[in-house]
Design a protein around this ligand. Structure first.
Ligand code: SAH
Ligand code: SF4
Length: 361
C-alpha cells in the first residue's frame, strides 16, 4: 500500500497527526518549513527533528506525491516536467520563463501550467488530453506538488499559476480547492490567489460554486466558438451547457468576483475562425468585460486540425480590437515543447519510448 504524501497535509491535519503521535505542537511549523519553504527532498533531511520523529514520519508518509522522471526544454525556454504518480500514471507541468521578447505583458513573471487530472473526460475534438479519455482525478498533494516540484527543479519561484494542463479542473473541484489552500497558505506555498487562474471548458454549476469562493481567483473560459453551432462541433460539453447558459454563469461570476474574466479562443482553420465568429465573440467579451486570449492552434499528432495563416489570425484579432475589446494574439510558433499540454504524458503512456534512462535531477 502506498503511504499518503506529506505534501497533501494541511497545517491542521499535520497538527492533528502530531497530537495523536504524542508530539509537541511546535513540530508542525518545523515540518511545514522543511517541506514548503526549504523544499527538502527527504524526511531524513529535516535535521532539527528528533530521529524518532523522523522515523515515525517515514513509516507513516512518503514526502512527495510525484516522482520527476523527465524534463524537456531548457532554462531560458519553456520547460516541460513529466512526473510519475504512485500508480504508474504520468502528469506534466509546463514552466514558462520570464521573457519579455516572447511573452509581452507577462514578461516579469514565471508561469507554471499545472494538470488537475490524468486525462480528461470532456473530449474536446482538438485536444490531446481529451484524446485518450479520462483515467483519474489528481489529489491535492499531486496538484500542489507540481508547484513545489517545479520550484525545486528550477531553483526559481513560480509567480503565476495557471490550471491549464491536463484535465478539467472544475470536474475535480474538491481536490482543486484543497490544493489551492496549500498553494496559497502562509505556512505552505504562499502564492497570492490573484496569481492563480483556473481554466475551464465551461462547467456551469461549478463556475457558480467557485464564484462564491472567498479567495479572488481568476477564471479563464475555453470558449473556442462564439455560437452554439460552431462550439458544439468541437466541444461536446456545449450540448450540456450551451453558450447562453455559460454566459449567465459568467454574469454571476462577475457579480461575485472582481477579477477580470478571460475568454480563451483557439483559432482552428475553417472551423471557428470566420470573421462573423470574431464579431460575435467581440459582443460577448464586451458584455461581460472580458479580455480575449487568441491562441493559434497547436498541431496535435493524429489530429487534422490546422492553425489559420498569421494574416488571418491578425484580421480576427483586429475585429476584436476595433470593437474595443482587449485581445492578445501570440503568433510565435510554440514549437514542440510549447505545444498543448497532455502530449508528453500521452507519448509516455502510449509507450513511444521518449523517456529513455534520463537523469531525473
Ligand atoms: N480543461 C480545461 C483546462 C485545460 S486545457 C479547459 O479546457 O479550459 C487548457 C487550454 O488549452 C484550453 O483553453 C484548451 O482548449 C487549450 N488547448 C487544448 N488543446 C490545444 C491545442 N492543440 N492548441 C491550442 N490550445 C489547446
Ligand atoms: Fe479536457 Fe480542456 Fe482538453 Fe477539453 S480542452 S478535452 S476540457 S483538457
Amino acid at each position: 500500500m502506498t503511504l499518503p504524501a506529506l505534501t497533501g497535509l494541511t497545517p491542521e491535519t499535520l497538527a492533528a497527526w502530531l497530537k495523536e503521535a504524542g508530539e509537541p505542537s511546535f513540530r508542525a511549523n518545523q515540518i511545514l518549513a522543511w517541506v514548503w519553504k526549504k523544499k527538502v527532498t527527504s524526511i531524513g533531511a529535516m535535521t532539527n527533528l528528533p530521529a524518532a520523529l523522523r522515523e515515525k514520519l517515514t513509516s507513516s508518509f512518503r514526502l512527495a506525491a510525484l516522482e520527476h522522471t523527465h524534463t524537456q526544454g531548457s532554462a531560458d525556454t519553456t520547460r516541460k516536467f513529466l512526473f510519475r504518480l504512485h500508480d504508474g500514471r504520468y502528469v506534466e507541468s509546463v514552466l514558462i520563463p520570464a521573457n519579455p521578447a516572447l511573452y509581452g505583458e507577462k514578461s516579469d513573471r514565471r508561469t507554471l501550467c499545472v494538470s488537475s487530472q490524468v486525462g480528461c473526460a470532456y473530449g474536446c475534438k482538438f485536444c490531446a488530453s481529451g484524446l485518450a479519455g479520462f483515467t483519474r482525478n489528481l489529489d491535492a498533494a499531486e496538484i500542489a506538488g507540481q508547484v513545489l516540484a517545479a520550484e525545486q527543479l528550477s531553483g526559481e519561484r513560480v509567480d503565476n499559476l495557471v490550471f491549464m494542463g491536463m484535465g478539467e479542473p472544475l470536474a475535480n473541484l474538491d481536490a482543486l480547492l484543497a490544493a489551492i489552500s496549500l498553494i496559497t497558505g502562509a505556512k505552505t506555498l504562499h502564492l497570492g490567489a490573484r496569481h492563480l487562474t483556473i481554466s475551464t471548458s465551461g462547467l456551469v454549476p461549478q463556475i457558480r460554486q467557485l464564484a462564491e469562493h472567498p479567495q479572488q481567483i481568476r477564471l479563464a473560459i475555453s470558449l473556442h466558438g462564439a455560437t452554439d453551432e460552431v462550439r458544439q462541433q468541437i466541444m461536446p460539453i456545449n450540448r450540456k451547457w450551451p453558450v447562453a447558459e455559460l454566459f449567465e454563469a459568467l454574469d454571476f461570476w462577475n457579480a461575485r468576483n472582481n477579477q477580470k474574466l478571460t475568454l480563451e479562443y483557439i483559432l482552428i482553420q475553417g472551423v471557428n475562425d470566420s470573421l462573423e465568429q470574431a464579431a460575435i465573440l467581440a459582443r460577448h467579451a464586451r458584455r461581460i468585460h472580458a479580455k480575449v486570449n487568441l491562441i493559434p492552434y497547436n498541431t496535435v499528432e493524429g489530429l487534422e486540425w490546422k492553425r489559420p495563416p498569421d494574416i488571418h489570425c491578425r484580421a480576427f484579432r483586429d475585429i476584436l480590437k476595433n470593437a474595443g475589446v482587449s485581445a492578445t494574439l501570440r503568433l510565435e510558433k510554440g514549437g514542440d515543447i510549447d505545444a498543448a499540454c497532455g502530449q508528453l504524458r500521452l507519448k509516455q503512456e502510449l509507450g513511444e519510448g521518449i523517456i529513455a534512462s534520463v537523469d531525473a535531477k
